[in-house]
Design a protein around this ligand. Structure first.
Ligand SMILES: Nc1ncnc2c1ncn2[C@@H]1O[C@H](COP(=O)(O)OP(=O)(O)O)[C@@H](O)[C@H]1O
Ligand SMILES: [Mg+2]
Length: 136
């Protein structure tokens, strides 16, 4: 069965959106395999976002993501990677449609409430980073 990593980012946790967001994933049939509240280290975040190293938004992104607790979760289900990306909505704030988490809650491209792995390979890599103890 496919698994993916989803994260409620610090703005989402501060705004009390963990329950609302988890409900949307569960409503779609995804099952929670593991979860934790954690303030991620800079080291973890630089690895997590290594594809974006050198981009203008990299430093602000790492600062934002390390600014407080996040809710990291492993979700399982058929097409879990694609489903979470669809439920999350588009990266650019102006493209995120109403009905998606970002469309409903994000007001900026940087502070966009949620993360979802972008492929099965990314999911494997990210789950190993965030949940090294987890045996799937
Ligand atoms: N053009 C941008 N300006 C500011 N922040 C950005 C921009 N592009 C991406 N980000 C931030 O970096 C994160 C990672 O980017 P990316 O992997 O492209 O998006 P996604 O989270 O949808 O997979 C985004 O979720 C967002 O927080
Ligand atoms: Mg991405």
């Amino acid at each position: 069965m496919e698994v993916t990593l989803a994260i409620v980012k610090p703005d989402g946790v501060k705004r009390g959106l963990i329950g609302e967001i988890l409900k949307r994933y569960e409503n779609k049939g995804l099952r929670l395999k593991a979860a934790k509240v954690v303030t991620p280290s800079i080291e973890l975040l630089e690895k997590h976002y290594e594809e974006h190293k050198g981009k203008p938004f990299f430093k602000p992104l790492i600062e934002y993501m390390s600014s407080g607790p996040v809710f990291a979760m492993v979700l399982e289900g058929e097409n879990a990677v694609k489903l979470v990306r669809m439920i999350n909505g588009a990266t650019k704030v102006e493209d995120a449609l109403p009905g998606t988490i970002r469309g409903d809650f994000a007001s900026s491209t940087t502070y966009n409430v949620v993360h979802g792995s972008d492929s099965v390979e990314s999911a494997k890599r990210e789950i190993a980073l965030w949940f090294p103890e987890l045996i799937l």
